[in-house]
Design a protein around this ligand. Structure first.
Ligand SMILES: *[C@@H]1O[C@H](CO)[C@@H](O)[C@H](O)[C@H]1NC(C)=O
Ligand SMILES: *[C@@H]1O[C@H](CO)[C@@H](O)[C@H](O)[C@H]1NC(C)=O
Ligand SMILES: *[C@@H]1O[C@H](CO)[C@@H](O)[C@H](O)[C@H]1NC(C)=O
Ligand SMILES: *[C@@H]1O[C@H](CO)[C@@H](O)[C@H](O)[C@H]1NC(C)=O
Ligand SMILES: *[C@@H]1O[C@H](CO)[C@@H](O)[C@H](O)[C@H]1NC(C)=O
Ligand SMILES: *[C@@H]1O[C@H](CO)[C@@H](O)[C@H](O)[C@H]1NC(C)=O
Ligand SMILES: *[C@@H]1O[C@H](CO)[C@@H](O)[C@H](O)[C@H]1NC(C)=O
Length: 350
């Protein structure tokens, strides 16, 4: 999920066990879930590199002997909070200090967002793994962006170097791996791109010429601003550009405008034709990194005849702003480096 709006506050981290090499994740309706223990409860949360904090859906988070209230809260808006990417979500969490366990490591007194008013979220909420959040509090000491789990584990020395990898398979099984890239799991070349140090894993460019290119079936659709986001269920781009591209490959457009004036468009096509393949290229390399064919389809009608493509156009994003969602991650090892602000990726070994 990507943030449309959102103070970094770190609390002392007390850590218990050693890290296991990897944590299993599974795909369900467009999101990759892992298990997190908060207080005395276990929550299944989507791994979201597009947001920062750990938030628990309204009504689910119960007080425990370890939970302590704070006077911190925030208001946050997400894009792409539903399986087809259309769902916007507005959330008001109040932060609670509690014990959080992920991958066998426990951090005590971690700021967890207890959503008091909010729209439905996938699973039990969201687990953010973005770079550090900017201070959106406007100086209000009761406003906070929460706390980043990866940042906390790095600051306390538990994760070193400050990196994590996601290996999201084509079969719905994946892993979350702390630390350096496990090169035994990859095949072929590793591509590394510079990314922004705050808020999102957005590709950093110094000129228009070194910004990423959107490529569909070998044809370039120009330079874009691209953010990698494991918590976006599909590829998301600007309404007009997505419409133009989907029409140019012969898809029918299905468009909707909701009560708040947000317009979204998806493309449908005859499942018997070859689907258009979306990919990205990261200069100076001219290699095109396509989405796995199996991940290109959002759904098909019961008779198997009409397919909806897994690419969403929305009026909520700026011109040339694209979100490279989980469909692109499938079949790849994607490594996130918070020390050097880079993303590296390679094909997963078969
Ligand atoms: C979370 O907020 C609800 C009210 O919305 C409250 O009943 C519940 O006790 C809170 N949970 C924690 C852990 O503070
Ligand atoms: C609570 O909020 C006030 C501002 O209203 C702030 O000055 C104070 O430090 C906060 N207290 C705690 C325990 O966070
Ligand atoms: C995913 O992994 C589980 C075991 O962890 C296995 O039972 C299942 O078959 C795997 N799914 C696929 C689609 O391979
Ligand atoms: C980065 O690329 C985008 C998209 O091509 C462009 O609009 C922007 O001006 C570029 N940034 C810089 C610093 O040149
Ligand atoms: C596309 O639209 C045309 C004209 O309305 C219609 O005949 C056709 O069945 C549609 N195809 C798909 C795959 O939606
Ligand atoms: C496919 O997904 C789109 C977007 O959510 C939805 O409008 C459509 O009804 C779905 N089609 C089928 C056959 O499930
Ligand atoms: C990345 O950052 C680490 C410090 O954590 C530094 O030792 C290393 O040389 C950097 N690597 C690259 C490729 O810049």
């Amino acid at each position: 999920m990507s943030l449309t709006t959102s103070a970094l506050l770190l609390s002392a981290a007390a850590l218990v066990h050693a890290l296991p090499p990897s944590v299993p994740l599974h795909l369900d309706k467009g999101f990759w879930f892992g298990d997190f223990t908060v207080g005395q409860q276990t929550f299944t949360l989507p791994i979201d590199t597009g947001s920062f904090a750990i938030l628990i859906e309204q009504g689910k988070y119960l007080p425990s002997p370890t939970s302590q209230q704070t006077n911190l809260s925030e208001f946050i808006q997400f894009n792409g909070a539903s399986e087809d990417g259309t769902g916007p979500a507005e959330e008001t969490p109040s932060f609670v200090l509690d014990d959080v366990t992920f991958a066998g490591v426990t951090v005590s007194k971690f700021l967890v967002g207890n959503i008091t008013v909010g729209d439905p979220l996938p699973g039990d909420g969201v687990a953010g793994f973005s770079p550090p959040a900017s201070d959106f509090s406007g100086g209000d000491p009761t406003q906070s962006s929460g706390q980043g789990l990866i940042e906390t584990l790095c600051d306390s020395g538990v994760v070193s170097p400050c990196q994590f990898g996601l290996t999201l398979g084509k079969d719905g099984n994946g892993t979350f791996i702390f630390g350096e890239m496990d090169t035994s799991k990859i095949s072929g070349e590793v591509t590394t791109v510079p990314t922004t140090p705050r808020d999102s894993w957005t590709v950093r460019n110094t000129s228009e010429a070194d910004s990423p290119l959107l490529v569909v079936d070998g044809k370039s659709f120009g330079q874009i601003r691209a953010g990698f986001d494991s918590g976006s269920p599909n590829i998301i781009g600007p309404l007009d550009q997505v419409r133009t591209i989907l029409q140019s490959v012969g898809y029918n457009i299905s468009q909707q405008t909701d009560d708040s004036g947000i317009t979204v468009a998806l493309g449908t096509y005859d499942c018997s034709r070859a689907p258009a393949r979306f990919g990205f290229s990261f200069p100076p390399s001219s290699a095109i990194h396509y989405i796995d064919a199996g991940a290109n389809v959002l759904n098909r009608t019961a008779d198997g005849k009409i397919c909806t493509a897994n690419v969403l156009g929305t009026s909520t994003v700026g011109p040339a702003d694209w979100s490279i969602g989980q469909t692109w991650f499938q079949g790849r090892y994607v490594q996130h480096d918070l020390d050097n602000n880079t993303i590296s990726f390679a094909d997963l070994a078969e």
